[in-house]
Design a protein around this ligand. Structure first.
Ligand code: NAI
Length: 287
């Protein structure tokens, strides 16, 4: 199937960049949000972003104008969804709210439209049965910032058709991304599962008193050439977020390997949540 018109729902951090990225790469895009102020902010940001690209010589005036003309905001969900070939949902990470939206989109979108979620954690089967088109429900997981990060994880649920998964792979490539296909659904997808293992190993090494957070991070940045070590990354993500992700994963899998590291719970109880609280593995209060 050919996808030309994309509707992005949720004009927050992720949605606005996904929408503008699609417009820059030739798709007709409509961005919708349930909060008018979010749409107004996204509209202003898109203009500033494109102006910045011209200034830096990354885009010509004509290219920027063409991208802007393909990028529309629409406050009314029915209007936004009525002609979409593909909807990319990027709203709050709450399953009941996403399911309610998917059910509405199912009623509002053309029969051929694919409904994709940019969710970080919910597999397609958690959303598919809220619709009458489970074969057209898929995850399309971008990374933050979506205009910069190259990877898209495409997750095919048990009901997602091959045609749908391949169409999303193709759209991702047209958006200048490198997509990977998860042929079965699994909590955390690929990147966050691997990242989670590095967090867990760092916590184990700390608990055993093997090395300090600083030295663990130096080992990973200098030895593996990762841009950031696991302790600094956990502080950035938020210790509460890291802990909650593991609690959810353990609840689903019941596998010992997924049990949240005790050190994260201790930090959570102590209120040392990372950068946001001024202290985590590192002390940010003096910076
Ligand atoms: P955000 O909080 O910046 O934006 C969410 C937007 O959705 C807000 O503008 C809000 O007004 C809007 N919204 C909420 N409920 C809505 C509804 N029912 N209908 C229409 N709009 C609604 O959130 P962010 O960070 O952009 O995350 C969005 C999704 O992307 C989440 O599912 C998140 O897990 C996922 N994600 C986030 C990443 C990140 O690093 N922030 C990375 C990859 C995925």
């Amino acid at each position: 199937m050919t996808i030309k018109k994309i509707c992005v729902i949720g004009a927050g951090q992720m949605g606005q960049q996904i929408a503008l990225g699609a417009a820059i790469n030739g798709f007709d895009v409509i961005l919708n949000d349930s909060f008018d102020t979010a749409l107004e902010k996204a509209d202003k940001w898109s203009k500033e972003y494109l102006a910045g690209r011209i200034e830096k010589g990354k885009m010509t005036q004509t290219e920027a104008e063409a991208a802007q003309s393909r990028f529309k905001i629409e406050k009314d969900l029915a209007m936004a969804a009525q002609a979409a070939d593909l909807v990319i949902e990027a709203i709050v990470e709450k399953l009941d709210i996403k399911r309610e939206l998917f059910a509405r989109l199912d009623r509002l979108c053309p029969a051929h439209a694919i409904l994709a979620s940019n969710t970080s954690s919910f597999v397609p089967s958690k959303l598919a049965d809220a619709t009458t088109r489970p074969d057209k429900v898929v995850d399309m997981h971008f990374f933050n910032p979506a205009l910069v990060m190259e990877l898209v994880e495409v997750v095919q649920g048990p009901q997602t058709s091959d045609e749908t998964a391949q169409a999303i792979m193709q759209v991702s490539r047209q958006m200048q991304k490198t997509p990977i296909l998860l042929k079965k659904e699994i909590n955390g997808f690929v990147v966050n599962r691997i990242l989670g293992r590095t967090f867990e190993e760092a916590c184990r090494l700390l608990a055993l008193g093997i090395a300090s957070p600083e030295d663990i991070d130096i080992a990973v940045t200098k030895g593996l050439r990762w841009p950031m070590g696991p302790c600094a990354t956990m502080d950035l993500s938020g210790i509460d977020t890291c802990y909650n992700i593991r609690v959810q994963r353990f609840a689903e899998s019941q596998e010992e390997i997924d049990r949240p590291p005790a050190i994260l719970k201790e930090m959570l109880d102590a209120g040392t949540l990372g950068r946001k609280s001024g202290k985590g593995f590192y002390d940010y209060s003096k910076k």
